[in-house]
Design a protein around this ligand. Structure first.
Ligand SMILES: [Zn+2]
Length: 468
């Protein structure tokens, strides 16, 4: 067998997922993510390490930016092949890419004006990484596929998508390569969800694979879900209302925002929180919420039941969807407690930065983190307890309450990842641990070896493996 795998991202780091599978003369890129950690962002500006026009096809596991956000640049560099993914992923990815392009255009302009004012230059060009037109150029290449429907992506190479239970439309990709009468199955885990989460189904398990690429975001820890998420959010709302501050929620527009709304709706129905104004200050989150309404076939039983009883969980009392920047700025003039859900989820860009500027120095306000904060992001600095942070070019003291709601994770923890692997009935020929910070990936690699005795590798950036 002559199958090659090259690790072009999410190799001992969390973002920039890009894995190149080469077999039977076909080059398949599994995920095409953007780097978000500060120390790796220069790679976004570099030309793709493999000539973009030599890649035949892209397979997307899901629509998070760190898995699809580099597509516009890949297309601009010459990629012309098909992009296969689940139908909901295709719809959401288009929204995400347009938003990313828009944020980059805005940030570039803001940076240009700031640098001009301060008479200095930053490390990257004062131009957007890609534009709205670049993002739109990807759209005709999207080819939605249904879960469990095999597609031929090259000579003797087939790909099938299965529900990963991570976000709506998320997939585990099973690639099957045939060569000279032999066959190999390679599983790309993408991001694996957790059992029993709201809205989406549980991750699909597999009984056979020759090679597995497995994520390890939480490969070195076990989620302690002693705290009830809904109760914790209820407490934050009640205590912040008492203090007279605002609740600022940096959130991914995708899944997390819908989950937060789902819980707030339940709290309101249970009458455990007062009715308050909730601003979904993210046109993208509003659009993504619409995609959820298009795909009830992807909901789990609990959500299907909720929809039957209460119609949509996304139409709660007090909810205001904010579209214009003027409306967004006007939120700051409202007296009394409001909740603002805005992006980006790790505070690396977008409207959340302005809301942080207005609330981070107020001890009455609470910044409620509901998502993973990658190393090197502003969100991570705040969560790690920084006393001062730099936002939009100015330093601010962190005086607001900082709360992490841990149980929200859309990623399986160490034990759940191992449980997923152990569904395999026999040892795979190799396991590659990806999509985790070095310590986490290595710890998980050791844990798998210890528990199973399997062959495990923790690849580094640009490592190459030959699969026999
Ligand atoms: Zn993800």
């Amino acid at each position: 067998m002559q199958i090659k795998l090259k690790f072009l991202g999410a190799a001992q780091n969390v973002t920039g997922s890009r894995h190149l599978l080469q077999a039977n003369g076909t080059r398949i890129l599994v995920d095409c993510g953007l780097y978000q950690e500060r120390q790796f962002r220069a790679r976004n500006w570099d030309t793709f390490p493999i000539a973009a026009d030599s890649i035949n096809v892209v397979l997307l596991t899901h629509a998070h930016l760190d898995h699809c956000g580099f597509l516009p640049k890949l297309v601009r560099e010459g990629f012309k092949g098909k992009i296969y993914c689940n139908a909901a992923t295709a719809e959401i990815a288009k929204i995400i890419l347009l938003d990313a392009a828009h944020i980059q255009e805005e940030d570039a302009e803001f940076k240009r004006r700031r640098h001009e004012r301060e008479a200095r230059k930053g490390p990257y060009p004062e131009a957007p990484l890609y534009t709205t037109a670049d993002a739109e150029a990807c759209f005709p290449l999207f080819h939605p596929v249904r879960y469990r429907q095999a597609v031929t992506v090259g000579d003797g190479v087939e790909a099938t998508f299965y529900d990963a239970g991570h976000i709506l439309g998320s997939s585990i990709i099973r690639a099957k390569v045939r060569q000279g009468g032999q066959e190999r199955i390679i599983l790309f885990s993408g991001d694996i969800g957790r059992p029993d989460r709201p809205i989406v189904c549980d991750p699909t398990v597999f009984d056979r694979a020759d090679y597995v690429l497995i994520e390890s975001t939480y490969g070195d820890r076990v989620h302690k879900d002693t705290q009830d998420i809904k109760k914790l959010i209820g407490n934050v709302i009640n205590s912040t209302k008492k203090a007279g501050g605002n609740i600022i929620v940096p959130s991914f527009a995708l899944e997390r925002a819908q989950e937060v709304l789902y819980y707030i709706n339940e709290l309101l129905l249970e009458n455990t929180i007062p009715c308050l104004m909730v601003f979904l200050d993210s046109p993208m989150a509003a659009k993504v919420t619409e995609v959820f309404q298009h795909h009830p076939e992807l909901f789990d039983e609990q959500m299907t039941e909720f929809v039957k009883q209460h119609k949509s969980p996304f139409n709660l009392r007090g909810l205001q969807v904010v579209s214009s920047t003027q409306q967004s700025k006007a939120i700051n003039h409202i007296k009394g407690t409001v909740m603002v859900i805005a992006g980006s989820g790790m505070c690396t860009g977008g409207r959340i930065k302005h809301h942080l500027v207005n609330n981070i120095t107020r001890p009455q306000s609470t910044i409620m983190f509901v998502g993973y904060q990658a190393l090197g992001t502003l969100g991570r600095q705040i969560v790690d307890g920084a006393k001062k942070v730099r936002i939009l070019g100015k330093k601010y003291k962190v005086k607001a309450k900082v709360i992490r709601v841990p149980g929200f994770s859309a990623h399986a923890d160490r034990d759940e990842l191992l449980d997923w692997l152990k569904e395999l009935e026999s040892a795979p020929r190799g396991v590659f641990v990806v999509h985790g910070e070095t310590e986490s990936a290595r710890a998980f690699g050791n844990y798998i070896r210890k528990k199973t005795g399997w062959e495990v590798t923790v690849p580094a950036y640009e490592d190459e493996a030959t699969l026999d």
